[in-house]
Design a binder for this molecule. Structure first.
Ligand code: NAP
Length: 175
């Protein structure tokens, strides 16, 4: 039995992330999907709370063929002990999937096997672009699963983000 680990901020969870999850699901028997920076919300770069993202993911992952475990993870100040932090809060896992250089480095140093998942249709699916479309009042829904649209609507997420952006005129440097 192989259990994988995949982390992202998921601000918001989109179809690119979902394709990654589906490709990992073909590789492992179970998957831990960790919500990074779960303690951060109500900023232009991180508009949604850990709890809101938990619902987005839990609902969207219902269609995935293998069992999945959604775990919100707070950031911590000390990168050197981050892998222990992750391992203390997640179901045990055998292999981590990430393209984030820091995440890859920290797992590598801790002796955890890391694989690089492909992110398909990267031009079409980007959290930064989806947030910008929300701010600009454009149709932001095609790149996200239906469950994500429902959560964003329920929490008036577009209105929240537009208010936050009014205080932050330049989001061009934020990913
Ligand atoms: P992220 O901050 O969510 O994403 C960084 C960038 O990579 C975004 O542009 C993202 O696009 C993109 N991306 C996401 N998945 C990708 C993929 N499969 N292939 C290519 N690009 C991808 O970073 P992350 O690696 O997904 O999440 C790492 C999380 O771990 C963060 O929350 C970070 O704070 C946390 N962390 C914390 C510590 C600590 O607390 N000391 C240490 C290490 C990491 P989208 O915006 O479209 O997703």
């Amino acid at each position: 039995m192989q259990r994988g680990f995949y982390i992202g901020r998921f601000q918001p969870y989109h179809k690119g992330h979902h394709s990654v999850v589906e490709s990992i699901a073909a590789d492992v028997d179970e998957l831990v999907v960790a919500i990074g920076s779960a303690d951060v919300s109500h900023t232009v770069r991180n508009p949604f709370t850990g709890g809101e993202r938990h619902v987005m993911l839990t609902k969207a992952l219902e269609t995935v063929a293998i069992p999945t475990y959604v775990v919100p993870l707070e950031d911590i100040d000390r990168n050197a002990v981050w892998v222990s932090h992750v391992e203390s809060l997640c179901p045990p896992f055998d292999v981590a999937y990430s393209n984030n250089p820091l995440v890859v480095q920290l797992f590598h140093e801790a002796g955890v096997e890391v694989k690089n998942p492909p992110l398909v249709n990267r031009d079409e699916y980007r959290g930064t672009d989806i947030r910008r479309q929300m701010i600009d009042g454009e149709d932001w829904t095609p790149p996200v699963p239906d469950a994500v649209e429902t959560v964003v609507d329920r929490v008036n997420g577009v209105e929240r983000l537009q208010r936050l952006a009014a205080d932050d005129a330049d989001i061009s440097s934020q990913d």
